[in-house]
Design a protein. Structure first.
Length: 122
């Protein structure tokens, strides 16, 4: 459905480092990069991308979820995101109020965004 999602960040270097580290377990690599005002495009090869760019405006609250192939990727994301400076917003685990196999972790990123990685498989 999406080709890419682009949003502004207030500390480009910190956000770049955070997202590259936190999403590395999902196979994310740099697909393109320009000046901070243009930004960076990251994704697993051949998949929709996340684009970050520097803004002086305070970004609005954002909740974005990335799909994982398995629960181990969810757990690896959580560990990597915390190690990269993210704040816990929900440890890896089942969220049966969404559906029986909804296994996710949530971390608050550098600009206060709620970053989720979810696996829908048992």
């Amino acid at each position: 459905m999406f080709d890419h999602v682009k949003f502004g960040v207030t500390d480009f270097a910190a956000s770049k480092a955070f997202f590259l580290s936190a999403l590395e377990p999902l196979g994310v690599v740099v697909q393109g990069e320009g000046e901070p005002s243009y930004g960076i495009e990251i994704s697993p090869p051949g998949k929709p991308s996340l684009c970050l760019f520097l803004t002086t405006e305070k970004p609005a609250h954002l909740h974005i979820a990335f799909v994982a192939d398995n629960r181990q990727q969810v757990e690896a994301f959580y560990r990597a995101a915390l190690a990269a400076g993210g704040k816990d917003n929900g440890a890896p685990g089942l969220r049966p109020h969404y559906h029986a196999n909804y296994y996710a972790a949530f971390v608050i990123g550098p600009d206060g965004h709620n970053i989720e990685v979810v696996c829908h498989q048992a």
